[in-house]
Every structure is written in C-alpha cells, then in structure tokens.
Design a protein around this ligand. Structure first.
Ligand SMILES: *[C@@H]1O[C@H](CO)[C@@H](O)[C@H](O)[C@H]1NC(C)=O
Length: 236
C-alpha cells in the first residue's frame, strides 16, 4: 500500500514537472511577441492536460483502492488458512498421541497339538498353549487366562471341536461368572463344531477364560481346530 502511495506521489511530481517544462519551453516565439491565438491554444491545451491528468490520477487511485481491497482479502484468506492449518495440525498431533498412549492388546492361541483332551471328571480351565499372537502379553498360555491390562471394551471369540464323540461343551467365564455356555450334539458319530463370540466391558485386572465342562471332550491337533482369540476394541 505504501509503495502504491509513493508511486502515486512520484507520478504526480513527474507530471507536474513535465507540465512546467512545457510551460517554460514556450511556443518557440521570441520573447515579447504576443500571439493571442497561441496563448489561447496553450491555455486550452493546459486545461485539457489537467483534465487528462486528473482522470489518470483518479484511475490510479481506483486501481490502488482495488489493489488494497484485494490484498486485504488475500490477507484474510491467509489468516483463515493458517488457523485451519494449525487446528488440523493439532488434531493430527492429538490422534498420534492417542494412538501412542493406546494400549495394544490382541491375542490368539490354539489349544494343543496332542489330539484328545478330556473328558475329565471336573470342569477344567483350558490352557491354549499354541500362542499365535499375544500383543501386550495379556493372555497367559500357562494358565489359559486373559487379564485385562486396562478398563475397556474387549472382543472374544472361542469354539469347540470334537470328532471322537457326538457332543462337546465349553463355557466362557468373566471373573467368576459364566457368561456363555457353548454346547453341541450332532446325534450320531462324527464331527461336532461350535463357536461363538462376545463383546465384554472389563475393568482393569478382570479375567476371561474358557472352561471345558466335566464329561465333555474336545479334540485339537496341528489343524488348530480350537482357538481362543481376543482383543481390545477401545479403552474407557
Ligand atoms: C479326528 O481328526 C483327526 C485329524 O485331525 C484324525 O487324525 C483322527 O483320526 C480323527 N479321530 C476320529 C476318531 O475320527
């Protein structure tokens, strides 16, 4: 804006000195000579020049104003963009921090390669010994128990499989509470397969495990028929 003002001032000076120069330059007639027609021409051409000059100045002023408005608009846009940028940068930082803070909990374990398990005379906690995934080490293959490392919502999936007997049955426990019984009976010889899943809200330290009911068998080998899986959906 200041540059435009300086430019205008300079232009005015130039035009003014130009006009003076023309005045000083005279008409080429000798001094003392008087030419009415010449004087008249000169004065009318000066008036014309002034009018042109004012018109030009007005145009320049309008351009300067337009220019200033454009700059102001650009500056406003820039401020809006900068605000938006910094707020979205903040959001990205927040998401990054949340992800970094978020505990990573996911496990999946197969029961055994030994084949037949059970039937037993009492209920037993199944120890899924073939650990495929155990991010966060919240599942223990030695006890078969999953312990919630944080308060949150978790997903669990489990199943039972058997091909020696026509029936099988397991249960999912949350702490001391049976949350779900899973039984299958196919009425004859052959394979029995059953599965289910559950979303559970757990407190930190809560445990989840699968129990094989007394008198029910399961069967697993390197085919990994029986798998217990779980993961943290989100902390609370
Ligand atoms: C059960 O399935 C396994 C294959 O995974 C097989 O080796 C075994 O013989 C089957 N048992 C019976 C009783 O069918």
């Amino acid at each position: 804006m200041r540059r435009a003002a300086v430019f205008l001032a300079l232009l005015l000076c130039l035009l003014w000195t130009g006009a003076q120069g023309e005045d000083g330059g005279g008409t080429g007639k000798k001094e003392g000579e008087f030419d009415i027609q010449g004087a008249h021409d000169q004065s009318s051409s000066q008036t014309q020049m002034r009018t042109d000059l004012w018109a030009e100045l007005k145009e320049l002023r309008d351009m300067a104003i337009e220019h200033r408005i454009k700059i102001q608009r650009l500056e406003q846009d820039n401020t809006v963009l900068e605000t938006r940028m910094s707020s979205s940068e903040k959001e990205v930082e927040e998401v990054k921090r949340e992800n970094a803070d978020r505990p990573q909990v996911a496990f999946s374990a197969g029961l055994t390669d030994a084949g037949a398990v059970g039937p037993f005379t009492t209920d037993i906690t199944l120890k899924y010994s073939k650990v495929f995934t155990n991010i966060g080490q919240a599942y223990s293959p030695t006890t078969g128990i999953f312990t919630a490392p944080v308060r949150g919502v978790y997903y669990f999936r489990f199943n039972a499989w058997e091909n020696r007997s026509a029936e099988t049955g397991v249960q999912l426990f949350h702490n001391n509470h049976k949350k779900m019984g899973l039984y299958d009976y196919n009425g004859g010889s052959g394979r029995v397969s059953t599965s289910n899943s559950m979303v559970l809200q757990l407190e930190k330290g809560d445990v989840v495990y699968i129990v094989l009911l007394s008198s029910y068998p399961v069967y697993d080998d390197s085919n990994n028929y029986i798998i217990f899986s779980g993961f943290l959906l989100f902390p609370q």
